[in-house]
Design a protein around this ligand. Structure first.
Ligand SMILES: *Cc1c(COP(=O)(O)O)cnc(C)c1O
Length: 454
C-alpha cells in the first residue's frame, strides 16, 4: 500500500455523473405529501419554488444523472478535493486503524455546500430565474449560495437564523462579500416571521423558521425561486461527487474503507460521501459499516421518531417521512449551527430505519475535545459540525486499538472552522454548555406532527 499522506486526483477525475440512491433503496421512499391537499405532492406543486430540472432530479429513479459540463467547469475551482491519510492522528491515538478523511474544506466557502449550491444556481439560471432566497444556520449554506450566485450571476437573499447572525458576524460579511443580502430570521419581512415574533419576540430563531420565511418569499414572487442546502433528494444527489471521488482515490491507494463516518444536520455531506459506498454494500455485497454523528442537543436520528412531518416551522413545505424531533422544536443554541435541524433527509432516515446506518449522538464539549486533538495532530481546524464526525472517528479508532483491528476508517471533513473561533474561544474558556437531550421539549413538539393518511 502507498505511504502517501495526501491523495489529489487530477481534474479529469471529477465525476461526470451524480449517483442517485433512490432506485437502489431497500424500500421505496414514502410519498411526499402536499401540505394543502393532504395528497401525494406532484411536480406541479413544487413549481412555484423550484425549476423543473431540480424537481425531476428530486423524483428521479435514474441511477445516474449527468453533471452539466458548465457545472463541472466550476467544480474545477476546488475539485477534486484531497483525501488525506491521518497518519499523525493514528500515531497520537496509537491505533492500528488507518484513518482517512475527504477534505471538503477546500472550496471557496470552506465546506461541501458549494457542490450543490453551484448546481442549483445553474439549473435556476437556465430556467430563466435570476433571484434566489434561502435560509442559513451557521452561515455555511448562505455563503455557499452567495458564492454560487456570484459565479453564475444570480441575486441571492439569505434569511440567517438569528443566533448565528449574532454569533457569526464574519460569515455574514462573507455572504455580503459575494454580493448577496443577509437578514436575521425571524424577520418582519414575511408573514411567517411576523407570526413567530408576535408569539416569541426573543426567539433565537431556528432553521425551521428561516426556511418558512425563504419559501414564503419565493412562493409569492414570480421572479424568485428557493434553494435548500440539505435534506432534499436532489441536494444529496449533488453531494455524491464527494463519495465518487473518494472511491477513485481509494482505488488509486489500493485500500477500501471498512467504516464510513460523517456528521449529520440534514444529511447532505454524509450522504454525499457515504452513498456511493452504500451502493457497493447494497448491490455488490461490500460489508462497510456506516456511522452518522449528531449533537446530543438536537438528536434527530437517535431520539427522534420516524414519521411524517413538515420540513419547516411555518408548515409551508411538503410533508415528508423522516426522522424528526417535531417541526416546532427549537434546539438549544449549540455552536454546531449546521446540525440544528429538526428533521433529516428521507433516504438517510430510511437507511437508519433499515439498520444500514448507525446513528450516534455527542455532546459539544466531547466534539471540541476531538476537534482539538485532530487539529494538533493533523493541522486542519474543523468546523464544530465536522468535530462530531471526528469524535465518532476517534471512538472507532480507539475501539480498533482495543480489539487490535487493522481497519480503514474514512470520514468526511465537511468544513473548516475558520469562522468558528468564537465557539473555540468559548470552549477554551470552559464556557461551552453541554445541553442534555431536551426530552420534554421534544415530547411537546411531537404532539404537533401532522396526521397523514396514504
Ligand atoms: C451545513 C454543514 C453541515 C451539516 O449539514 P448536512 O446537510 O448534514 O451536511 C455539516 N458540516 C458543515 C461544515 C456544514 O457547513
Amino acid at each position: 500500500m502507498s505511504e502517501r499522506v495526501k491523495i489529489i486526483l487530477d481534474e479529469k477525475y471529477i465525476p461526470d455523473r451524480w449517483y442517485n440512491i433512490l432506485p437502489d433503496m431497500p424500500e421505496p421512499l414514502a410519498p411526499v405529501i402536499n401540505p394543502n391537499t393532504g395528497k401525494p405532492a406532484t411536480a406541479n406543486d413544487l413549481r412555484p419554488i423550484f425549476p423543473m430540472a431540480l424537481i425531476e432530479q428530486e423524483m428521479s429513479q435514474e441511477q445516474y444523472i449527468p453533471i452539466p459540463e458548465d457545472v463541472r467547469q466550476i467544480y474545477k475551482l476546488w475539485r477534486p478535493t484531497p483525501v488525506y491519510r491521518a497518519r499523525n492522528l493514528e500515531k497520537v491515538l496509537g491505533t492500528p486503524a488507518r484513518i482517512y478523511y475527504k477534505y471538503e474544506g477546500a472550496s471557496p466557502a470552506g465546506s461541501h455546500k458549494p457542490n450543490t449550491a453551484v448546481a442549483q444556481a445553474y439549473y435556476n439560471k437556465k430556467a430563466g430565474i435570476n433571484r434566489l432566497t434561502t435560509e442559513t444556520g451557521a452561515g455555511q449554506w448562505g455563503s455557499a449560495l452567495a458564492l454560487a450566485g456570484s459565479l453564475l450571476d444570480l441575486e441571492v437573499k439569505v434569511y440567517m437564523v438569528k443566533i448565528s447572525y449574532e454569533q457569526k458576524p464574519y460569515r455574514r460579511s462573507m455572504i455580503q462579500a459575494w454580493g448577496a443580502t443577509v437578514i436575521p430570521s425571524p424577520s418582519r419581512e414575511t408573514n411567517s416571521g411576523r407570526a413567530i415574533l408576535a408569539h416569541d419576540p426573543d426567539t433565537t430563531g431556528s432553521l425551521g423558521i428561516a426556511i418558512s420565511e425563504a419559501v414564503e418569499e419565493a412562493a409569492t414572487r414570480p421572479d424568485t425561486n428557493y434553494a435548500l442546502g440539505s435534506v432534499l433528494n436532489h441536494v444529496l444527489l449533488h453531494q455524491t461527487v464527494v463519495g465518487e471521488e473518494a472511491m477513485m482515490a481509494f482505488k488509486e491507494l489500493g485500500d477500501y474503507p471498512d467504516v464510513v463516518i460523517g456528521c449529520v444536520g440534514g444529511g447532505s455531506n454524509y450522504a454525499g460521501l457515504a452513498y456511493p459506498f452504500m451502493r457497493e454494500r447494497l448491490l455488490n455485497g461490500k460489508e462497510t459499516k456506516f456511522i452518522a454523528a449528531e449533537p446530543e442537543a438536537c438528536p434527530t436520528l437517535t431520539k427522534g421518531v420516524y414519521a411524517y412531518d413538515y420540513g419547516d416551522t411555518g408548515k409551508m413545505t411538503p410533508i415528508i417521512m423522516m426522522h424528526t424531533l417535531g417541526h416546532t422544536f427549537v434546539p438549544p443554541g449549540i455552536h454546531a449551527g449546521g446540525l440544528r435541524y429538526h428533521g433529516m433527509a428521507p433516504s438517510l432516515s430510511s437507511l437508519v430505519k433499515h439498520g444500514l446506518i448507525e446513528a450516534r449522538a455527542y455532546h459539544q464539549n466531547a466534539a471540541f475535545d476531538a476537534a482539538v486533538t485532530f487539529a494538533r495532530a493533523e493541522g486542519f481546524v474543523p468546523a464544530p459540525e465536522t468535530a462530531h464526525a471526528i469524535k465518532a472517528t476517534i471512538d472507532e479508532a480507539l475501539k480498533a486499538k482495543e480489539l487490535g483491528e487493522e481497519k480503514a476508517i474514512l470520514f468526511n471533513f465537511s468544513g473548516h472552522g475558520h469562522f468558528d473561533m468564537a465557539a473555540y474561544d468559548a470552549y477554551f474558556a470552559g464556557n461551552l454548555k453541554d445541553y442534555s437531550y431536551p426530552e420534554e421539549k421534544v415530547r411537546e413538539a411531537l404532539k404537533y406532527l401532522p396526521k397523514v393518511e396514504v
